[in-house]
Design a protein around this ligand. Structure first.
Ligand code: HDE
Length: 728
């Protein structure tokens, strides 16, 4: 019989409406392992004896019931029908956006008591370890699409706090395409595959997307992020997360402050390059989810610090952008990000569907001490998420193990499809006498949510504030903040996308209504690669009549805006989790192989030996070495660096087309390449760019090459290498 692994872990009384669970019961559920214990009560081991869903043991699960061995199948075969019909119903609708994702469990802990800012328990009690479940995703692609699409990444965090569930449903970019939720269906229809032929999958590089954004100047800033390397993260663990909107923190005295939430990755912000990302999509479309899963399995736990940017209410209007406008950042140089706590992801889900697929985030899942602002995008999201969960997961989505809070739920909501809770008693209404007036609302209770009493007064109009009308200054600021190679990648990305667009008018308008208003250098660089003429048709001051959204004035000072914090051109301080390929073969130098592998493993990097075939090879000392991947199954794009040790294998590699392509491609993608001793013969057989311009290519004896390799890995990539003419 299937066994529940720990039925007792969940106190049944805690779920009974009208009765509070005892304090002791509750306590056992809270804390770091609280959610794990809670989930355990619904987690099932494989079991020994096969049964049907009614618990009846099944004698034969492989032959349907027939009238004779060659006869028709009988209606009576209840087991066949149960098995097949359950299978027929296995899918739920995939998310309309963010369909493809991967998730992990973990814990959040605040560094110090922040009760001056908020009454949220998880931010005031440094001893509290709040369980979390985090789902990362792409936006545009279907559930089976590639991880490495050029796209925004979702960064949705569910925190099971002692006061209820808080969902911080963010992205890896701090701004959004639109300022008003009413435009969201249009944006998504435009970016999704075109409806007549469902092409292209998981890509913005097509006519309808660029048509829409060319008529939506408020998207300019977000487009800069989307065309930057931020849209190509190396790993989920190497990207920032942002709450995007301005929220509120409210303390126990009722004082409110504005806040922007940030997640700062301990591993730093690192990206792939576009050619590499496209190739990974073919070689390993699970690249990011595999990286997350394997890192957690080997104990390399992804970590972020929670950052807060706090703005006092009195300073609401002191910026030259509107705090409620989700197309704007608050530059870190204006309001520093205070790092207040740490989130660690330390456990993989047991079941992708039950956890990662059924998890239901909602911006309206909020706890006392945190509140909303009037950002019109946030306001619209507050409608959308509950609706999508009701449709996608069902009316009792909040009861599912992954979604339910750790504290007891008591209310008079009843029934609906697939209800799990068995509510006792005759009373399911309020007010009541028959149930002793329970469950009663308690405005005075310390942990009751009370909305911040913001004063609101206005005419009922469909209009946006003028303070939302500067669409270009921060796009220019983003451009100005990038290093030379980051700017080059942005211009290349715009060019790639616009070269995929067939409609000349759309191409022309993107150039002459968006790019020219962001930066001349960008417009010129894209023009050179796309053949689109720069001929400003509408300045941001003078939009074309077809543009439904009036653009705002281009501020003269915009050309001087810069926020250096936005650049990722910074060396890292760890190579933990980086994947390094060692190209070997029969007779590979045993000493060098060991030295380089040991040094990299000591830094918690991942090392793989690649040789002609899987299984083992013999090193120069005759010892069998396990091969992690056969050369024909390996691709340089899934590694961060390549090492070629000496020994008899080196000469053979220098004659191998696969090995030469591997090194050339790694070079092209800016990756560190190290050759130890005779390993240099392979590098000589490759076309590693112009002589003297071999940044990040290290040749030497083992100690020198290994030190150089680790230093180069800290640099991550060498994007300034000349790569023209490198055949890969
Ligand atoms: Fe979402 N978004 N969104 N979004 N969003 C959804 O909810 C929506 C927006 C984000 O891993 C949907 O469960 C509207 C901004 C993430 O399960 C849906 C608007 C940001 C996820 C929805 C936005 C996000 C979603 C689809 C414009 C960053 C995935 C399936 C007002 C701050 C969560 C679902 C997960 C998912 C609506 C804009 C982040 C349809 C209407 C801005 C990370 O409800």
């Amino acid at each position: 019989m299937p066994k529940k692994s720990s039925r007792a872990a969940r106190p049944p009384k805690a779920r009974t409406s009208g009765q509070s669970a005892s304090a002791a019961d509750n306590k056992s559920l809270h804390g770091e392992t609280g959610k794990t214990a809670d989930l355990a009560s619904d987690t099932v081991e494989p079991g020994e004896v096969l049964t049907g869903n009614q618990g009846v043991a099944i004698s034969d699960d492989q032959n349907s019931l027939r009238a004779g061995p060659r006869g028709p199948t009988l209606m009576e075969d209840f087991h066949l029908r149960e098995k097949i019909t359950h299978f027929d119903h296995e899918r739920i609708p995939e998310r309309i956006v963010h369909a493809r994702g991967a998730a992990a469990h973990g814990v959040f802990q605040v560094y110090e008591d922040l009760s001056d800012l908020t009454m949220a328990g998880l931010l005031t009690d440094p001893s509290r370890r709040t369980p979390v479940f985090v789902r990362f995703s792409t936006v545009a692609g279907s559930r089976g699409s590639t991880d490495c699409a050029r796209d925004v990444r979702g960064f949705a965090v569910k925190l099971y706090t002692d006061e209820g569930v808080w969902d911080l449903v963010g992205n890896n970019m701090p701004v959004f395409f639109i300022q008003d939720a009413i435009k969201f269906p249009d944006l998504i229809h435009a970016v999704k595959p075109e409806p007549n032929n469902e092409i292209p999958q998981a890509a913005s590089a097509h006519d309808t997307f660029w048509d829409f954004v060319s008529l939506t100047p408020e998207s300019a800033h977000m487009l800069m992020w989307l065309m930057s390397d931020r849209a190509l993260p190396r790993s989920f663990a190497m990207m920032e997360g942002f709450g995007v909107h301005t929220f509120r923190l409210v303390n126990a005295a009722g004082k409110s402050r504005f806040v922007k939430f940030h997640w700062k990755p301990i591993k730093g912000v690192k990206s792939l390059v576009w050619d590499e990302a496209q190739k990974i999509s073919g070689k390993d479309s699970d690249f990011h989810r595999r990286d997350l899963f394997e890192a957690i399995e080997r104990g390399d736990y992804p970590e972020w610090e929670l950052g807060l940017q706090i703005v006092e209410e009195k300073d609401e209007f002191k910026f030259d952008f509107d705090l409620l406008d989700p197309t704007k950042i608050i530059p870190e140089e204006l309001v520093p990000v205070r790092r207040v706590g740490r989130m660690t992801l330390n456990r993989n889900p047991d079941n992708f569907f039950a956890e990662t697929e059924q998890v239901a985030f909602h911006t309206g899942h909020i706890v006392p001490g945190i509140d909303f602002t009037n950002d019109p995008l946030l306001q619209g999201r507050l409608f959308s998420y509950i609706d999508t969960q009701l449709r996608r997961v069902g009316p009792n989505f909040a009861e599912l193990p992954i979604n339910r809070p750790l504290n007891p739920v008591h209310n008079n909501q009843r029934d609906a499809m697939a209800r799990v809770t068995i509510n006792k008693g005759r009373v399911s209404y309020f007010p009541n006498r028959l149930g002793g007036g329970c469950p009663m609302h308690s405005p005075e209770a310390a942990d009751a949510f009370v909305s911040y009493a913001e004063k609101v007064d206005g005419a009922k109009i469909r209009a946006r504030s003028d303070s939302f009308s500067d669409h270009f200054s921060q796009a220019t600021q983003f451009w100005n903040s990038m290093s030379d190679w980051e700017q080059e990648h942005i211009a290349d990305a715009f060019s790639f996308e616009l070269n995929q667009v067939e409609n000349e008018e759309v191409r022309h308008h993107v150039m002459n209504e968006l790019l020219v208003n962001i930066a001349d250098a960008l417009a010129q660089a894209v023009s050179a690669q796309t053949g689109i003429r720069v001929a400003r048709v509408g300045t941001s001051k003078n939009p074309t009549p077809s543009a439904p959204t009036p653009s705002g004035p281009l501020r003269a000072e915009a050309k001087d805006l810069s926020s250096p914090a936005l650049s990722q051109d910074k060396p890292g301080d760890t190579i933990k989790g980086r994947r390094i390929a060692i190209l070997g073969g029969e007779g590979v130098d045993a000493k060098q192989l060991k030295a380089v592998a040991d040094a990299l493993l000591a830094e918690d990097a991942v090392v793989e030996l690649i040789a002609a075939h899987a299984g083992t090879i013999a090193d120069s000392a005759g010892k069998a070495q396990k091969v992690n991947r056969a050369a024909a199954n390996a691709a340089s794009v899934i590694y961060d660096a390549v090492v070629v040790p000496g020994g008899a294998s080196a000469a053979a590699l220098a004659k191998s087309g696969l090995a030469i392509h591997f090194v050339n491609e790694a070079y092209r993608h800016g990756k560190p390449i190290a050759a130890i001793g005779e390993g240099s013969v392979l590098l000589e057989a490759c076309s590693l760019g112009e002589a003297g311009a071999k940044e990040g290519v290290i040749i030497g004896g083992d100690a020198k090459a290994i030190d150089g390799l680790i230093a180069a890995l800290l640099q991550h990539r060498f994007p300034r290498r000349p790569i023209k003419g490198v055949p890969a």
